[in-house]
Design a protein around this ligand. Structure first.
Ligand code: ATP
Ligand code: MG
Length: 416
């Protein structure tokens, strides 16, 4: 009797040569975590795929939507797992094609991953194809450009039959590319940038600068909601929050209006870099996109990047248009949360006419008007964090506790 399983397909991992096993093991672990709310019996590798089995009949249908959001997944198929017996797999093939509905032509593609089954793939294609032609007289076979492919995979004593298949997000399993600290506002861009780097396998550590104590903590709650929305991706294990309002006020008192934003940004970058060093992260990530706002001209990007010396600043959205970013935000589920407004440090002490092309000498002079080193140290003493259980690859730094726990206030409570 056939049961339903999810077959997970991955492309890029296959290219990784000797690292392949590490990548596959990480993907298995990430899938287990992403599916923990469902009744999963097992997640394991079978040649070239990962098979997920379930203990409830509805679970495989619910799982497809979650699996496709996990980085490293190229496709996920809702397969029938059958005996290697035509009485079992032929009716399953009929059901599989029937589920796809509305298609005119089809093609059967069988594959044997070992030779323990006596029928050759060509014979299997014919056998399954003729059963389908008989069951669906109104559909035709088209081997070159079919509407649907019915796949039959003979593997480890089972026959896996599927036609319904959904595209995954692609990329690489989170935990295979090292850690990045992302500068995380509650706008549209930085959550998308964070998601993109997570999709490339990075474990993401967002840092949010809030306007507290000059504003409420509304932006911090929105950031927590954003991290939860990114949950199925499994890239974020911890969110840092830095109350930044007092420093902004102090800067606003001494720095000319037009250069304030740049000074805020430089201070943010400097603090984020220090957190990254404690975390063992190898890069900073921002949601900047060239020319989108005053602080994102090439001159100003250069002026802010200058303070980061120990690692690169990556900007995955630098060449994206706002519309593309918005579409991505909708697709990954952050759009509605980012549409809500809460005062954060970006709305605080903002100049009416920010400098769009800051000269290096001006920037250096403004940077010298306040004790930025002392501010960085002071901010590091007030860093707070919230942990999330959605990222299996995240390892908190032991050093952080040693260096800052005695000084830092209690971590923000988790909403749940
Ligand atoms: P976003 O949509 O990500 O808020 P933005 O279009 O509002 O970006 P800016 O306000 O210039 O652009 O911010 C540029 C980048 O600086 C952001 O993408 C983010 O990486 C970082 N950033 C801005 N504000 C904050 C903040 N409050 N906390 C942490 N990082 C921030
Ligand atoms: Mg913003």
């Amino acid at each position: 009797m056939a049961s339903r399983v999810c077959l997970v397909h991955y492309h890029e991992i296959g290219l990784k040569g000797k690292n392949r096993k590490t990548f596959e093991d990480q993907l298995v672990a990430n899938l287990r975590l992403a599916l923990r709310s469902l009744q999963v019996s097992s997640v394991r590798r079978i040649s070239g795929h990962i098979m997920v089995t379930f203990s409830s009949p509805e679970a495989p249908f619910e799982a497809v939507g979650l699996i496709r959001q996990v980085p490293g997944v190229a496709r996920v198929s809702l397969a029938f797992r059958c005996l290697q017996d035509p009485d079992d797999y032929l009716p399953a093939a009929v059901e599989a094609l029937g589920e796809v509905g509305g298609c005119g032509s089809f093609k059967v593609q069988a594959k044997r991953s070992n030779t323990d089954y006596p029928l050759h793939t060509i014979e299997l294609n014919r056998q399954i194809g003729s059963a389908l032609c008989e069951a669906f007289p109104d559909r035709s076979v088209d081997v070159h450009d079919p509407d649907v492919e019915v796949r039959a995979l003979f593997n480890e004593g089972s026959a896996f039959i599927y036609a319904a298949s959904e595209r995954g997000v692609g990329g690489l399993p989170v935990g295979t590319a090292g850690k990045c600290v992302s500068l995380f506002s509650n706008g549209f861009d930085s959550p998308v940038a964070t998601w993109m780097m997570g999709r490339r396998g990075a474990t993401m550590v967002p840092v949010h600068f809030s306007g507290r104590p000059m504003t409420s903590d509304g932006s911090e709650w929105l950031c927590q909601d954003l991290v939860r929305a990114l949950g199925p991706e499994g890239a974020v294990g911890r969110l840092y929050v830095v109350p930044f309002g007092q420093c902004q006020r102090d800067i606003a008192l001494v720095v000319p209006q037009s250069l304030r934003i740049l000074m805020y940004r430089r201070l943010m970058y400097a603090v984020a870099e220090r957190i990254a060093l404690v975390e063992g992260a190898k890069a900073l990530v921002t949601g900047e996109s060239l020319g989108q706002v005053a602080s994102q001209t090439l001159d100003n990007i250069r002026a802010t990047s200058e303070v980061v010396t120990a690692m690169p600043v990556l900007r995955p959205l630098i060449g994206s248009d706002k519309q593309e970013i918005i579409e991505r935000a909708k697709a990954i589920g952050t759009y509605d949360i980012s549409s809500q407004t809460a005062p954060d440090c970006c709305t605080l002490f903002m100049p009416r006419r920010p400098e769009t092309h800051a000269k290096p000498a001006q920037v250096a002079e403004a940077w010298g008007l306040f004790d930025h080193d002392a501010m960085v140290e002071g901010l590091l003493r007030t860093v707070e964090y919230v942990d999330f259980d959605t990222c299996g690859a995240y390892r908190p730094p032991a050093r952080w506790r040693e260096r800052h726990d005695a000084l830092a206030p209690a971590p923000l409570p988790d909403e749940g």
